[in-house]
Design a protein around this ligand. Structure first.
Ligand code: ADE
Length: 228
């Protein structure tokens, strides 16, 4: 799976790319991340990428020229499929696990990150991206949103997680879409708190039943009723 990130701040991704599970996926040849600086498509002495909104108002908008041309160039740069174009925006479709699963079926995702007050509307009109939000709050730019998407998607790429079952047990994953059950490791007792006896029993049907009940109880408590 291939990710292309278009941003004014590619450096933001450098630590993430070299320190995380993503690095493992890259090292194993399961994924690649290509960073593109939108400023490379700016023209003029000052390489301007943003300007004041017509009609007034606060902040600066990304101009359509550099953004549209960058996306078109990246989409057609090599033999890779053009991919699915995602534009990071608080106005977009809210990211959740079913959406992540759907994105993970793509061979290639292009993630377009904005800064300042957003994009000139013609970017959206011309490129018709899928606008994606990671939640109902406003970030300073799309980079953290793009990283969030990559992080959630890459763990679904086959072979990325050591234990192939572990993403299916995650909160919100396919079975039931509940939150995850409580987990314990050693020691068996810590500051008077003991690991539930059933988890030490070796009785796998009972353990599975306890976990299912715990997941349902947590989901009801924290999110309202669980989907079944
Ligand atoms: N850019 C600014 N806020 C955002 C959000 N909540 N999700 C995605 N992109 C954003």
């Amino acid at each position: 799976m291939r990710f292309d990130v278009l941003t004014l701040f590619p450096e933001i991704f450098s630590g993430y790319q070299t320190q995380s599970l993503l690095k493992l996926a890259i090292d194993r040849g399961l994924t690649s991340v290509h960073l593109h600086n939108l400023r490379d498509w700016a023209v003029g002495k000052h390489r301007q990428v943003d300007d004041k909104p017509f009609g007034g108002g606060p902040g600066m908008l990304l101009m359509p020229g550099p953004v549209v041309e960058a996306v078109e160039a990246v989409q057609t740069a090599d033999d890779a499929p053009p991919g699915r174009l995602l534009l990071m925006s608080p106005q977009g479709r809210r990211l959740d696990q079913p959406f992540v699963e759907d994105l993970a079926t793509s061979e290639r995702l292009l993630l377009l990150c904005g800064r300042y007050e957003g994009f000139d509307q013609r970017v959206v009109d011309l490129l018709q991206p899928e606008e994606v939000s990671i939640g109902d709050y406003v970030l300073n730019g799309g980079e953290v949103a793009a990283m969030t998407i990559i992080d959630a998607v890459v763990r679904l790429v086959p072979g990325v997680l050591g234990d192939e079952t572990s993403n299916q047990e995650d909160s919100f994953s396919r079975a039931g879409r509940t939150l995850e059950y409580a987990q314990y490791t050693r020691p068996r007792e810590y500051r008077g708190l003991e690991v539930p006896e059933v988890l030490l029993s070796g009785n796998h049907p009972e353990i599975a039943a306890w976990r299912e009940a715990d997941a349902l109880r947590r989901t009801a408590e924290r999110r309202g009723a669980a989907e079944s």
